[in-house]
Design a protein around this ligand. Structure first.
Ligand code: HEC
Length: 185
C-alpha cells in the first residue's frame, strides 16, 4: 500500500482529478488553517504518494521515446512533429487538425483525472493526430506515463527520496485555476 493509501485508495486517486482532490481537501475543517497554496502542496503529495520513483523513471523513458516528438520534451505541445500536425500535412496519421495537448497547461491537466488521461492514451484521439497506444503498452506502462505527465504540474519533493514522500511537494499553480465544478470527465 502506498502511504496515501491511508487516506485515499489507488482507485479513488485515479478517478479524481487533482482539482477535485483540492476542493475535497479545501472543504475539510481540519485543514481550514492551510493557505490555498498549501492545499495544492497536499494535492501534489497525494500524487507523489500514489506513484513510485521507478514508475516515474519508466514513464519518463516511455515519454521521451514515444510522445516528445509531438508533445515536446517539456510537455508544452511543441514537439518537432507538432507544426506538421497542426498544419494537417503529416502523412500516415490520417487527418490531424489539432495540435498536441500542452501538459503544462494547469486548467486542463489539473481538471483531468488519471483515469481520463489513461483512457486517452489507450484509445487515442479519434480524428486527431493522437495515436492509440492500447495495443503497444501494458496497462502498467500506461499508468506510468500518466504518473509522469503530472510532473509537468507537480514537482517531487526530492527525486532521490525514493517512494516514501516527506510531504513537501510543491504544486506549481495558482489556486484560482481549479475549476469550481471539480474538473472534467
Ligand atoms: C503524432 C503526434 C502525437 C504523439 C506521438 C502523441 N500524441 Fe498525445 N496527442 C496528440 C494530439 C494531436 C492530441 C490532441 C487530441 C485532442 O485534443 O483531442 C493529443 C492528446 C493527448 C492527451 C489528451 C490530453 C487532454 O488534456 O485531453 C494525452 C493524455 C496524450 N495525448 C498523451 C500522449 C502520450 C502519453 C503519448 C506517448 C505515449 C502521446 N500522447 C503521443 C498527438 C500526439
Amino acid at each position: 500500500m502506498t502511504p496515501a493509501g491511508r487516506f485515499l485508495s489507488l482507485d479513488d486517486y485515479r478517478r479524481q482529478s487533482p482539482a477535485q482532490t483540492w476542493h475535497a481537501l479545501r472543504s475539510h475543517p481540519v485543514l481550514a488553517d492551510l493557505t490555498d497554496m498549501q492545499v495544492w502542496d497536499l494535492v501534489a503529495w497525494v500524487w507523489e504518494a500514489n506513484t513510485t520513483a521507478g514508475a516515474l523513471r519508466e514513464g519518463a523513458a516511455l515519454y521521451r521515446a514515444n510522445c516528445a516528438a509531438c508533445h515536446g520534451e517539456a510537455g508544452r505541445g511543441d514537439g518537432v512533429m507538432a507544426a506538421a500536425l497542426a498544419g494537417d500535412t503529416l502523412a500516415g496519421f490520417g487527418h490531424s487538425t489539432k495540435s498536441p495537448a500542452d501538459f503544462g497547461e494547469p486548467q486542463s491537466m489539473l481538471g483531468a483525472s488519471p483515469a481520463l488521461l489513461q483512457g486517452k492514451i489507450v484509445r487515442g484521439g479519434m480524428g486527431t493526430g493522437m495515436p492509440y497506444w492500447g495495443p503497444i503498452f501494458t496497462e502498467e506502462q500506461s499508468w506510468a506515463l500518466v504518473d509522469y505527465l503530472y510532473t509537468f504540474q507537480f514537482q517531487r519533493s526530492s527525486p532521490e527520496a525514493g517512494v516514501e514522500p516527506p510531504g513537501r511537494v510543491h504544486g506549481s499553480l495558482d489556486p484560482s485555476v481549479a475549476p469550481p465544478g471539480g474538473g472534467r470527465r
